[in-house]
Design a protein around this ligand. Structure first.
Ligand code: SAM
Length: 430
């Protein structure tokens, strides 16, 4: 038994009861934590977890998160006075992350509230040509009156850009996103978003409500949402510099202009076929980061572990590059087993680890001697084959020249017995 950061852990043994339910170690625990709670996006991990890991970090260090997502790591660093950089391949998350890091104060908070009240009064659904996002089967997301009211609200937010200023409009867009998703016919499972089964019933009752009532309901929700966003701006605000760069973590050295990092805290995509584009598409279409399905699939193909839209057909033709072996003794056997169930899944797993290997090789170029790395990862199961993700990461770290590699179990991920979340620790040689 060893005492890790996250409690007593016995590797390879059934995890003790205290590990079984640890909601504060997931993104759910971030909901009420100032800027961290702005949008409840599935890729986020726990702020609590990051803060635990940052306890070992001095204020003169430089932290890197090469898979920034919603910016949990850089925002945690910035509010603790530690400088950090982050990278993500998704332009919406880069926009959102950088907005979270902005040094915004009381004045902007007041402007957001004043503007939201005015916008709520200005929503005008009478135009027949109001822009709506080109989201596939949009009628499954919102009934017609709600969609018209949301589109009119979104249009009103973008008015008077010179008077309102860029940051105020961006914060109003965040407030809009909270309302848009609150009004959508979707629910959030432990891992992904799905359409509610009783959506049609909800649609009928909303249609009876009439468009005037619908506009009032959405306007009211928007004012409340804007007030919550405004109030959270000054809660544990960032006091150190943090930036999120758009780029590929397999090519960090060309994204991060020569800086060297002493600590890495990150959560790469898990090899579980969850697509961030799929999860984030309502936000991305409304805010103009996506305009059609082809674009969505192409972006997901660039992401590690992406399988949305055309990313799936591209994966069908993918072949291993031949010179990048995965240094885990059972790896080929595991891929063969998974491929028996579905050839595409075998290829998916193989490509995932090739990508992670090329990320780790590139990561070395931006780390200072002795730099510590903490990778939060989850294992997966394909049919009956368990993929020991944490062990493969540990071997990849060793193979790419890292030392002091170790694994800690953090929590159980689902009711399925074998699925856990781990932190894989590794260090650059000194
Ligand atoms: C598990 S999420 C990170 C969650 C983050 N820790 C948070 O709290 O929000 C993984 C992220 O990796 C990003 N990603 C996937 N492939 C990437 C790549 N090649 N380069 C950079 N980022 C990538 C995804 O867009 C996603 O935001």
């Amino acid at each position: 038994m060893k005492e890790g950061l996250f409690g007593q852990i016995e590797m390879g043994q059934p995890v003790c009861k205290s590990l079984q339910r640890r909601d504060h170690l997931t993104f759910r625990g971030n909901a009420s934590l100032g800027r961290h709670g702005w949008l409840r996006l599935t890729p986020a991990y726990s702020l609590h977890l990051v803060r635990e890991l940052l306890k070992e970090t001095r204020s003169d260090e430089m932290v890197l998160d090469p898979f920034s997502g919603t910016g949990t790591t850089p925002l945690a660093c910035a509010s603790m006075g530690i400088r950090s950089d982050a990278v993500d391949i998704n332009p919406f998350l880069v926009w959102f992350g950088n907005l979270k890091m902005m040094p915004l104060g009381d004045y902007v908070a007041r402007q957001v509230q004043v503007a939201s009240t005015r916008i709520a009064e200005e929503i005008d659904v009478s135009h027949s040509t109001i822009w709506q996002p080109n989201l596939h089967a949009i009628e499954k997301w919102w009934d017609t009156p709600t969609l018209h009211a949301l589109a009119a609200l979104y249009c009103a937010i973008s008015q008077h850009p010179h008077e309102r200023g860029e940051h105020v409009i961006d914060l109003l867009r965040v407030a809009f996103c909270r309302v848009m998703i609150q009004m959508a016919n979707v629910s959030f499972g432990h891992q992904s978003m799905s359409f509610k089964k009783n959506g049609v019933v909800a649609t009928d009752s909303l249609l009876r409500e009439g468009s005037g009532d619908c506009v009032r309901r959405i306007a009211g929700a928007f004012v409340v949402s804007a007030r919550e966003v405004a109030n959270s701006i000054t809660v544990e605000p960032p006091i150190a510099e943090a930036r999120v760069f758009l780029g590929d973590s397999r090519d960090l050295s060309s994204v991060l202009c020569g800086r060297q990092y002493t600590t890495v805290i990150t959560s790469p995509p898990y090899p579980n076929r969850m697509s961030y584009i799929r999860e984030l598409r309502p936000y991305m279409y409304w805010l103009g980061f996506l305009s059609d399905g082809r674009q969505a699939g192409e972006l997901d193909w660039k992401a590690i572990g992406g399988t949305w839209g055309c990313a799936t057909s591209l994966l069908n033709t993918w072949t291993p590059n031949g010179y990048s072996e995965i240094p885990f003794s059972n790896f080929d056997q595991i891929v063969r087993e998974i491929s028996k169930g579905h050839a595409l899944l075998g290829r998916y797993v193989h490509k995932y680890f090739e990508d992670i290997k090329s990320h780790l090789l590139n990561l070395r170029k931006v780390l200072a001697p002795g730099a510590r790395c903490h990778y939060i990862v989850g294992n997966s199961k394909f049919y009956d084959t368990l993929l020991p993700v944490e062990e493969i990461y540990a071997e990849l770290f060793k193979d790419t020249g890292f030392v002091n590699v170790g694994i800690e179990t953090i929590r159980k991920r689902s009711s399925k017995k074998e699925l856990f979340e781990f932190v894989v620790n590794a260090q650059m040689p000194g």
